[in-house]
Design a protein around this ligand. Structure first.
Ligand code: FES
Length: 149
């Protein structure tokens, strides 16, 4: 049912943990199952130099978060925003159709963490669209680790 790569990233997830003083932190939840993913990004000169995650979720969610952290490191912020859940699933040699929704968490967590980074650095227009969800950027799921606003 699961590819070898999925099993590998589930059994030995890469980049688990947190980054102290992360430049962007995003936390998202999967409405379908209640699972939660938190993504930490370290960004230097617009390039993601480190990524870590914590996922409270199913095996596919763990494997996709692990792969997502591997995919974003070395990418520019804009390149990372182009990473889709489909790309993450493909990098894992696919997911069973009933588990594709789990990979949404990884895509949304990357976007939420980048939004957080952009917001902290004044790179989002006031009240601008949020990459994670299209809502205003001061909505509740941002600013988890800061209390600036
Ligand atoms: Fe919740 Fe997979 S079942 S993310």
């Amino acid at each position: 049912m699961y590819s070898e790569k999925v099993m590998d990233h589930f059994m030995n997830p890469r980049n688990v943990g947190e980054i102290e003083n992360a430049d962007g932190v995003g936390e998202v939840g999967n409405a379908k199952c209640g699972d939660i993913m938190k993504m930490y990004l370290k960004i230097e000169n617009d390039v993601i130099v480190d990524a870590k995650f914590k996922t409270f979720g199913c095996g596919a969610a763990v494997a996709t978060s692990s792969m997502a952290t591997e995919l974003v490191v070395g990418k520019t912020v804009e390149e990372a925003l182009g990473i889709t859940n489909k790309a993450v699933a493909e990098a894992l040699d696919g997911l069973p159709p009933v588990k594709m929704h789990c990979s949404n968490l990884a895509e949304e967590a990357i976007r939420a963490a980048i939004d957080d980074y952009k917001r902290k650095n004044g790179l989002l227009p006031e009240g601008g669209d949020c990459n994670a969800c299209g809502r205003r950027c001061d909505d509740i799921h941002h600013g988890i680790d800061d209390d600036e606003d």
